[in-house]
Design a protein around this ligand. Structure first.
Ligand SMILES: *Cc1c(COP(=O)(O)O)cnc(C)c1O
Length: 381
C-alpha cells in the first residue's frame, strides 16, 4: 500500500465547523447576519485592532482599501515584484500605476531599504500615494521602518497580509500596523472560509467607508437605509463567517505547529543546502509560515523536480509570481533579478499544521533523490 498523497496544504475543517455551517443553513439568515457580526468582533479581539471588516476575498480587501483611500488615476503605488499578482492587479484596477520593487533573496519581501530607493528614484509623472508591503508567505516585514518611511514621504500604507494571518511584527500582528491591512481567508491560507477577506484598521472614518463600499454604498440612519455612494457587493456570507469562527480558537495552536514544522524542514533540508542544491527560507521569530518555499540552485530544472516529487505522491509547485514577468504588467516592467530567480527556481513544499516530522522526512528523502538524480544526469552528459 502506498503512502497517502502529500498535498501542498489542506484546509483544516473539523466536525464542529461543518455543524456550525449547517446550523446557519437551517437558520434562514445567510448574509450580513449574526455570524458575520460575531466573527468581526472576534477578529478585532484576536488581532488587537479597532475594526475588522469582512469581505468576499483578500483581493476584494486590497481593492476596497485602495478605493477607500481615494487612490486612482494619476497615482502610483509601490508593490513588491514577487507576490500573488492580485497585489499589483488592484492598483491597475483603480486606474493607478504599480511601481514594482525587487525583493530580498532570503525572506522574499521588499525591504524598507529597497522601498526607500524606489521612492527616492521615482521620476514618473504619477504621484506616489501608497506603499503595499507584502508579508510574503507569512514572513513579517519590518513595519516600524516601513511606517517611518511612509510618514517621511506622506504615503499611506496598505499592508498585504493576505497570506500572513498571525505573523508577528514585534508585539503586534501583521495587518494591524499600516493605514489599513488586508488578510485573505482563501483555502491556501492558514484560516479559510472558502473565499473571504478581512480589512483591518484603527481608523473609524476609513472603517465606515469600507463597510459602506462593500455593501452597495449603504448607510443605516435613523431614517432607514440611505444609499450614500455607488458601492459594491463584496460581502461575506454567514455560512463562511461560521466556518471562520469555528477555526479562530485553533489558530494560535496551528501557527505554533507550523513554526515547529518549518524548524523540522530546516533540519531535514540542511544537507541539501550544504551541498548548494537549494536555499531554505529565512526564519524569523514572528513568521506565520503560510507557505514553505525553498529556492533551487541555478541550473536545476524545477519542472523535473516537481514531476519527480509527483511520482512519489508529493505535491509541490512554484511559490509566487514575478509580476514584471507577466504580460499584464509589461507596461510597468522593471528589472528584478531576485524576483525573477524566485519565480523561476522557487519550490513550495507540502506544508500545513496537520503534517509533522514523518511527512517532512518523506519530502526530504524524495527531494534528495530528485536532486541527486538531477546532479547524476548532469554529470553523465
Ligand atoms: C492569497 C493572496 C492574495 C489574494 O487573496 P484572495 O483571497 O485569493 O483573493 C493577495 N496577496 C497575497 C500576498 C496573497 O498571498
Amino acid at each position: 500500500m502506498s503512502a497517502p498523497m502529500l498535498r501542498l496544504s489542506l484546509p483544516h475543517i473539523d466536525g464542529t465547523a461543518i455543524a456550525a455551517v449547517a446550523e446557519v443553513l437551517r437558520s434562514g439568515q445567510l448574509v450580513q447576519g449574526a455570524q458575520v457580526a460575531a466573527f468581526e468582533a472576534e477578529l478585532q479581539q484576536w488581532l488587537g485592532a479597532r475594526h475588522a471588516v469582512l469581505v468576499s476575498s483578500g483581493t476584494a480587501a486590497l481593492h476596497l482599501a485602495l478605493l477607500a483611500l481615494g487612490i486612482g488615476p494619476g497615482d502610483a503605488v509601490l508593490v513588491p515584484d514577487f507576490t500573488f499578482p492580485a497585489t499589483g492587479n488592484v492598483v491597475k484596477l483603480v486606474g493607478a500605476r504599480p511601481v514594482l520593487v525587487d525583493v530580498d533573496a532570503a525572506n522574499y519581501c521588499a525591504t524598507p531599504a529597497a522601498l526607500q530607493r524606489a521612492i527616492e528614484g521615482w521620476r514618473g509623472p504619477e504621484r506616489l500615494r501608497a506603499l503595499m508591503p507584502v508579508h510574503e508567505f507569512g514572513h513579517p516585514v519590518d513595519m516600524a521602518a516601513v511606517n517611518a518611511l511612509a510618514a517621511r514621504h506622506g504615503l499611506a500604507v496598505v499592508e498585504d497580509a493576505a497570506c500572513a494571518i498571525g505573523a508577528r511584527c514585534g508585539d503586534r500582528l501583521a495587518g494591524t500596523l499600516g493605514t489599513v491591512g488586508c488578510i485573505s481567508l482563501h483555502p491556501r491560507k492558514t484560516l479559510t472560509t472558502g473565499e473571504g477577506g478581512v480589512l483591518v484598521t484603527d481608523d473609524d472614518v476609513l472603517a465606515q467607508r469600507l463597510r459602506r463600499l462593500r455593501n452597495h454604498g449603504i448607510e443605516r440612519t435613523a431614517a432607514g437605509l440611505v444609499f450614500h455612494e455607488a458601492g459594491y457587493n463584496l460581502r461575506l456570507t454567514d455560512m463562511q463567517a461560521a466556518l471562520g469562527r469555528a477555526q479562530l480558537p485553533h489558530l494560535d495552536g496551528w501557527i505554533s505547529a507550523r513554526r515547529a514544522l518549518a524548524a523540522r524542514y530546516a533540519v531535514v533540508l540542511a544537507p541539501l543546502a550544504a551541498c548548494g542544491l537549494l536555499t531554505p527560507p529565512a526564519d524569523h521569530a514572528g513568521h506565520s509560515w503560510q507557505t514553505y518555499m525553498v529556492v533551487l540552485a541555478g541550473g536545476i530544472e524545477r519542472g523535473g523536480v516537481i514531476r519527480a516529487l509527483a511520482a512519489q505522491d508529493i505535491e509541490a509547485n512554484l511559490g509566487a509570481q514575478c509580476l514584471s514577468a507577466q504580460p499584464s504588467f509589461a507596461d510597468v516592467a522593471v528589472r528584478s533579478p531576485v524576483a525573477q530567480r524566485l519565480y523561476a527556481q522557487g519550490l513550495a513544499l507540502p506544508f500545513c499544521e496537520q503534517y509533522g516530522a514523518p511527512e517532512v522526512e518523506r519530502v526530504g528523502l524524495a527531494l534528495a533523490a530528485a536532486l541527486g538524480l538531477h546532479v547524476g544526469a548532469a554529470h553523465a552528459r
